[in-house]
Design a protein around this ligand. Structure first.
Ligand code: HEC
Length: 191
């Protein structure tokens, strides 16, 4: 959890922690050595002071431990959130550029096999990509990861009846860069 905190908050926490530790050491070792009766007649003030120190430390944890919520505006980044239960890290896939994706679609020969109205494609070897959302629903997956996986490593998680599952080549890895792939997925899924 410490790693997720901003530097100033870490310094604040560390300083408070150090003060607390020094206070504990002094009252546990140094004061009793100089005055074997310690806390003796200072008992009540000592207890009050200890409670005060404890409250201060807890306050510091509450104040400094709370990371200001950083608005994670841009997609395609890793967001780290701190909570009392620990640290959760989620990765959002990059959002591609549909216009660039259209160029990828036109240049990759997808039109030869697929119908996709936005690209003026009318192939019939593969499924009609105008119905991608419906196929993803059959596969019980969100449409972006469904589409991305279908292009990277066919066959798709759901293939409508009547289409061969061994003719579309895998476009993942060398054939297409991750950017081209996410652009292409954006083009296919934002129509
Ligand atoms: C040689 C013909 C052919 C080419 C070229 C081709 N596909 Fe396919 N595609 C198919 C066939 C057949 C399927 C159905 C079986 C499967 O998923 O492999 C399919 C499935 C898909 C699916 C999943 C649809 C579904 O649910 O079944 C997507 C998305 C897709 N193709 C996109 C593309 C894109 C984008 C390109 C270009 C980069 C492309 N395809 C190139 C033949 C082709």
């Amino acid at each position: 959890m410490l790693f997720a905190l901003s530097t100033s908050h870490k310094i604040g926490l560390a300083t408070m922690g150090a003060i607390f530790i020094i206070y504990s050491l002094v009252s546990a070792f140094i004061l009793p050595r100089r005055n074997p009766n310690f806390p003796g007649r200072y008992l009540v003030p000592y207890i009050l002071l200890s409670i005060g120190m404890f409250a201060l430390m807890m306050g510091a944890v509450l104040v400094f431990g709370k990371e200001p919520k950083v608005a994670e505006a841009s997609a395609g980044t890793t967001t780290t959130q701190t909570s009392t239960t620990g640290t959760t890290t989620t990765s959002t896939p990059s959002t591609g550029d549909p216009a660039a994706g259209k160029v990828v679609f036109m240049n990759s020969g997808c039109s030869a096999c697929h119908k996709f109205t936005a690209a003026g494609a009318s192939g019939t070897v593969g499924p009609d990509l105008d119905n991608l959302a419906e196929y993803a629903m059959h596969a019980n997956q969100p449409v972006e990861p469904f589409t991305s996986a279908a292009i990277e490593h066919p066959p798709a998680a759901y293939v409508p009846p009547g289409y061969p599952t061994n003719v579309m080549q895998p476009y993942g890895g060398v054939t297409m860069t991750p950017t081209q792939l996410s652009d292409l997925v954006a083009f296919l899924t934002t129509q």
